[in-house]
Structure formats: C-alpha cells, structure tokens
Design a protein around this ligand. Structure first.
Ligand SMILES: NC(=O)c1ccc[n+]([C@@H]2O[C@H](COP(=O)([O-])OP(=O)(O)OC[C@H]3O[C@@H](n4cnc5c(N)ncnc54)[C@H](O)[C@@H]3O)[C@@H](O)[C@H]2O)c1
Ligand SMILES: [Zn+2]
Length: 363
C-alpha cells in the first residue's frame, strides 16, 4: 500500500503501511534480521494478533518466541527490561542470530526497543505497532526508553529499528479512548506541518471515527511521512527540528505528571489539552488568530478528546513544567502555532500567562 522512508544513512529503514500482515514475511526475508525472533508483547495484544504475527514470522523463516510484559506503563521499568534481557540471553546460543519484534503500542515499542538496544550492545529489532499512537508516532524515530520512579523515559537512547510495519487493521480493535488518544498526535502533525491534513480531518471525521480503511491508511501514511521527514533531518534532536513534535506536550506532560500518570488523563487527552493551551498562549502573544484557536479546539473535541479538565494542583503542574527536560538552562520553551500547518518555537513565555491559560482549561 505505502512505503515511507526514514533516511539515516546506514541506519535507514522503511515504514510499511498495509491493510494486512501479508507483506511482512517478504520484508523480513529481504532484511534477514536473524534466525530467532523474540516477540515482545503483552497478553492482550498477543491474544488479538499473536497468531497472525507468529504465522508471518514463521513464513519468513524465523523461529519466534513470545516474551510477555504487563499491559501498562509500569512495564516500562528497569525491572521488566532486566527480565527481557535475561530471556534474550536464554534464547541466545551458538549459531543463532537473535532479533526482537515489538508487537504492541508505545509501551511495548519503547521497552522492546530499549531491550534490543542494550542486549550485547544492540541487536536488530523491528516495530510492529498496534495502536494509532504507535503507528503515527512512537514506533518511528528510534527513541527507546524505560521510566524511573523519578520520571518518564529517563533511561534510554536513540536506537533505530530495521523496519516499522504498520497494519492498519489492528486499529479496528482499539478502544474508543485509545483511538482518540492517537488522534491527538494526528491533530498535532496537522497543526505543526500539514494544513491539508487538518482540512482532511475536518472533512472526514465520520469516516475516521468509523475507522474506514482508506481514511486510516491516509492518516497513518501522512503522519508517518511527516515524522520520518523530521527524524531524517534531526535524528537526535540536536538541531531543534525535532522540537516541533513537542507541540502540546509541554503543558500536556505537566498535566500527566500532576495526575501521577494515572488513568485520569491518557497521554493523548493531556496532549489535546496542552495543544489548546499552547494555541491560546500563541493568540495572547499576538502571533496566532482567534479563528485558528477555535478550529483547533473544535477538532480536538470532535475526535472525542476533552477540551476542559478538572481543577488540578497548580503547584504540581508548574513544578513539573519547570523540570521539563526540553527547557534550556531553566528558560521555558514552547512550540506555538502561527497558522494551521506552521509553528514557531518561543522561549521565556511569561509564567503568569501560562498559569492563566492552564486555569482557563478548568471545567
Ligand atoms: N518513543 C517515542 O518516540 C514515543 C512517542 C510517543 C509516546 N511514546 C510512549 O508510548 C507510550 C504510549 O503508547 P500507547 O498510547 O500506544 O499505549 P499502550 O502501549 O499502553 O497501548 C494502549 C492500550 O491499547 C492496548 N492495545 C494495543 N494495541 C491494541 C489493539 N490493536 N487493539 C486493542 N487494544 C490494543 C494495549 O494493550 C494497551 O492497553 C508511552 O509510554 C509513551 O511514553 C513514545
Ligand atoms: Zn505524544
């Protein structure tokens, strides 16, 4: 159906976007990543797609073993990574070439990629993302990590997969909440880089919410292209090009942190709120028109994401904001829309303005 390239010299790879797993064995044979494949996944994803994924690995001539991790953000821990590393070493042996497949959402992708990056200083891995968020965002770009009790993604590295294989049929089984969470990232791409995608989302809301094949292929492909383009130019976020992907994430992360990363707000829900607040900050700074703010807010609400939040502990939010690892030497840095499809990075946004706009999100 579609192939999108991530161009990184010898670390280049393709993102295959398909309606079935049919092309996976061919792609694996072409890559020849190993002889045995450790399939990192969770019980839910295994029960849904384990059989078809297992058959594809077999067709590719790979001996597959499933390594199960818990179904929650808690799986992104050093403890689970250690368990995976021990399992990898038990699978390993003379004459064997080991590789990893991360079959699941962003949690499994980040953890499986991290284990692959660490085992024997790195073995090949592939991403088979099964959530919308993972297909449009986390599986692409090689950021792999686990969390510490002190914060999210604090232990990790950049380690690119050999292949990303997105089967959009997986998305039909996603809960409405997880689908909406992925849509927040889709909306993010539209606002930062793609006005045509923004228009498409406005016009095709019903089709997308029905999870029509054509609509899913279109949004996954367009977002993958944007992310691949950004990563190809700025793999390690050294040139501020990758920074634009943080639109909505500065305040969004702070909302997640203030709620202890509980179920109160999913990542996408928090990011949706963060995008609304950032758009309003942009308007207050006089660089974004009111109509733009209204359009963004409407689209976020239309895809089932909250546009208001319960009153939260402002001290916790501001505290988390000040520890944002993207801030340079304590100066805050926001990605702000200047028009739909284009953003600017602004530093030292007045704290009073940030507080006011967060308060305006309260129900
Ligand atoms: N590496 C990156 O660049 C990057 C970018 C964004 C987010 N992330 C990380 O991604 C994680 C969030 O990812 P997520 O939103 O995919 O969450 P997730 O991996 O927890 O998946 C959400 C839920 O959906 C279930 N699931 C997965 N596929 C399914 C399917 N097809 N049908 C039904 N249920 C399915 C999972 O079991 C889980 O319960 C966070 O840890 C975040 O830090 C990483
Ligand atoms: Zn995100």
């Amino acid at each position: 159906m579609a192939s999108v390239s991530v161009r990184l010299g010898e670390r280049s790879y393709i993102i295959a976007i398909e309606k079935t797993l049919g092309r996976l064995p061919r792609e694996l044979k072409r890559l020849d990543p190993g002889t045995e494949i450790a399939v990192v996944t969770n019980p839910k994803v295994k029960s849904l797609f384990g059989k078809s994924a297992g058959d594809s690995f077999k067709k590719a001539g790979l001996k597959a073993r499933f390594l199960l991790v818990p179904d929650s953000e808690k799986a992104k821990s050093l403890k689970e990574a250690m368990r995976l590393l021990a399992s990898l070493s038990r699978m390993d042996g003379k004459g064997k070439r080991l590789c990893v497949a991360a079959l699941g959402g962003g949690v499994v992708g980040d953890l499986g990629g991290f284990a692959a990056s660490a085992y024997k200083r790195g073995i090949p891995y592939i991403q088979v993302p099964t959530t919308l968020l993972a297909q449009v965002d986390s599986s692409i770009g090689g950021k792999v990590a686990v969390d510490l009790p002190e914060g999210k993604n604090l232990v990790g590295s950049f380690y690119q997969p050999k292949l990303v294989y997105s089967d959009i049929s997986f998305l039909k089984k996603l809960s409405a909440r997880d689908f909406a969470s992925g849509m927040a990232e889709v909306i993010k791409y539209a606002v930062i880089k793609d006005k045509a995608l923004f228009n498409y989302l406005e016009l095709n809301r019903r089709k997308i919410l029905r999870r029509d094949d054509g609509a899913l292929l279109e949004i996954v492909k367009r977002c993958a292209k944007i992310k691949a383009g950004i990563v190809s130019k700025d793999e390690r976020e050294k040139r501020s090009i990758r920074t634009v992907l943080n639109y909505g994430h500065t305040i969004g992360h702070a909302i997640e942190a203030a709620h202890g990363y509980s179920n109160a707000y999913s990542h996408g829900e928090a990011i949706g709120l963060g995008m609304i607040a950032a758009a309003r900050i942009s308007r207050r700074l006089g660089i974004f028109p009111s109509e733009g703010v209204t359009k963004i807010e409407r689209l976020i609400g239309d895809f089932g994401l909250p546009v208001k939040m319960k009153k939260a502990d402002m001290r916790k939010i501001m505290d988390s904001l000040s520890r944002d690892k993207k801030f340079i030497r304590g100066v805050n840095r926001f990605v702000l829309p200047v028009k739909i499809g284009r953003v600017a990075v602004r530093e030292a946004v007045p704290e009073s303005l940030i507080r006011e706009e967060i308060k305006k999100l309260y129900c």
